[in-house]
Design a protein around this ligand. Structure first.
Ligand SMILES: C[S@@+](CC[C@H](N)C(=O)[O-])C[C@H]1O[C@@H](n2cnc3c(N)ncnc32)[C@H](O)[C@@H]1O
Length: 296
């Protein structure tokens, strides 16, 4: 396989969850998010931010808590967590996308938060460093990230082992039907220009984790108790700029990574035309926010 074909295959694997080389797929995912850091940042106020704030709130963080936030991006949930746990607590925010981590560091510095470290690492291999008391965290949080982890059930079980005997866990995921109009139009546009592009955006292992019942059952499998699932309603007015940011600033960008600028522009125009044709005026970014207590 040529270098560019290999890179393209790994980017496709990111979307299908079909990677035989999970390490390679994770690196490729980091490259996708790095390439879209500017657009990702523009999505924070409307998309990532509300979910991250809700998750930090629902986790009932207390001063002094130690928090591991995996797939942290630019800190949508990690920054509010750092504010909540205060100077006696700490947050380790872990991601594989360097440029998003740097955005997070800038935000933390702007807010004078000194209790948060943004670290480049694969969440599936993370070990608590020596500044974590007794080597175990009080809280694990992950906003819109759990479905990206290769072997997500195994990865989640491993992450939960990094927690203290009584601890809390929280995740956010897209609610069933969320983003459907935009992803439908986008993948149709991609398919017209890249016939062999793969359709699914979520790895199949967690594709059904998009209803409160499914999420509750999934968390219970890990021995989590007192599971609380709330739906965050988030209806965002659609402009052409926002519609395209949503593609470039998320994993939807992956199929575009190996295309020429001309083809990317053709996909963009086709995608926007389909949204207009279908009268899509609002993006449903409905999200499930789930938290639970873990006792071991
Ligand atoms: C949709 S973004 C969400 C970011 C952030 N939690 C937020 O809500 O804004 C998913 C993030 O997961 C990260 N990611 C995916 N797989 C990862 C892994 N194995 N280890 C660390 N980060 C990972 C990506 O780099 C990306 O930043």
């Amino acid at each position: 396989m040529s270098d560019s074909a290999d890179v393209a295959a790994r980017h496709t694997a990111v979307l299908t969850g079909a990677a035989e080389d999970p390490g390679g797929a994770t690196e490729a995912l980091g490259q996708v998010f790095d390439a879209g850091a500017r657009e990702f940042d523009r999505l924070t106020p409307t998309v990532w931010g509300p979910a991250g704030q809700s998750l930090a709130f629902q986790l009932r963080l207390r001063p002094g808590d130690t928090v591991l936030d995996v797939c942290c991006g630019a800190g949508a949930s990690a920054i509010p967590a750092a504010a909540a746990v205060g100077p006696t607590g700490l947050v380790h925010a872990v991601d594989v996308a360097d440029d998003l981590l740097e955005l997070g560091r800038v935000t933390a510095s702007d807010r004078a938060l000194r209790n948060i470290d943004f670290v480049r690492a694969d969440a599936t291999r993370w070990e608590p460093p020596s500044d974590v008391p007794l080597g175990r965290y009080d809280v694990l949080s992950c906003s819109y990230g759990i479905f990206f982890l290769p072997h997500p059930n195994m990865a989640t079980a491993r992450l939960l082992r990094l927690l203290r005997p009584v601890s809390r866990v929280g995740v956010t995921v897209w609610r069933r039907g969320a983003l459907e109009d935009v992803t439908g139009a986008y993948f149709e546009a991609v398919a017209r220009h890249v016939p062999d592009a793969s359709r699914p955006i979520r790895p199949s292992a967690l594709a059904d984790l998009d209803t409160p019942d499914a999420l509750r059952a999934w968390l219970s499998r890990f021995g989590a108790a007192s599971v609380e699932v709330n739906e965050l309603s988030n209806l965002i007015p659609l402009s052409p700029e926002f519609a395209w940011d949503l593609v470039l600033g998320s994993a939807l960008r992956a199929p575009l990574m190996s295309l020429t600028d001309d083809v990317v522009e053709a996909v963009r125009l086709e995608y926007l035309a389909l949204l207009t044709e279908r009268d899509v005026e609002v993006v449903d970014a409905g999200t499930l926010v789930a938290t639970a207590v873990v006792v071991r």
